[in-house]
Design a protein around this ligand. Sequence first.
Ligand SMILES: O=C(O)CCC(=O)C(=O)O
Ligand SMILES: [Mn+2]
Length: 199
Amino acid sequence: MPKSNANPLGKNLELPNAEVIFYPGLFQPPESHQLFTDLLNQIEWKHEPIKIFGKSVLQPRLTAYYGTKAYTYSQVTMQPLPWNAPLLQIREKIEPLVNTHFNGVLLNLYQNGQDYMGWHSDDEKDLAKGAVIGSLSLGETRRFIFRRRDNHQNKFELNLSDGDFLVMGGDTQKFWQHHVPKTAKSTQPRINLTFRVLQ
Ligand SMILES: O=C(O)CCC(=O)C(=O)O
Ligand SMILES: [Mn+2]
């Protein structure tokens, strides 16, 4: 049976050389709104630098990292904070869906439409080979765009809204990059959590 039929809630996106499953509205209000507020208040949000071509620059959004293993990302090593209640609430719901035990979660807070995420693939050495990444969006809807690493004109785009869950597995990171562009329209904050398996 194809993977897309393994769970009736998930839709397999038609992205060649990738395995991307989209669960729109996996979390619904009021739970999604409660989680948003809890995370906004309880996560230790930081404005952290990363290295780009050897130069230290502040990331264009706030971030945090929770879990049990250190994670090196854009040449900066992050030490995890311990799992808290809202993160465990989310993890409990998503782990059985994707049949994966996540031991880390990277959080992004896009304070307004000017905060963004540049083009990248999630292919750091610290990530377990073959493990999926589970990405939950809360709050404002933002565009999420894929482009092929070998042909930047070849793009695929979707909107990620409150409660949407996106799973990236297989060769997704090998063949595709993704980003969240700036927008003049969106002014409300958005929280994104990418649950990961660190080796
Ligand atoms: O905010 C998003 O939807 C994407 C976040 C992301 O790509 C990442 O944290 O690696
Ligand atoms: Mn990513």
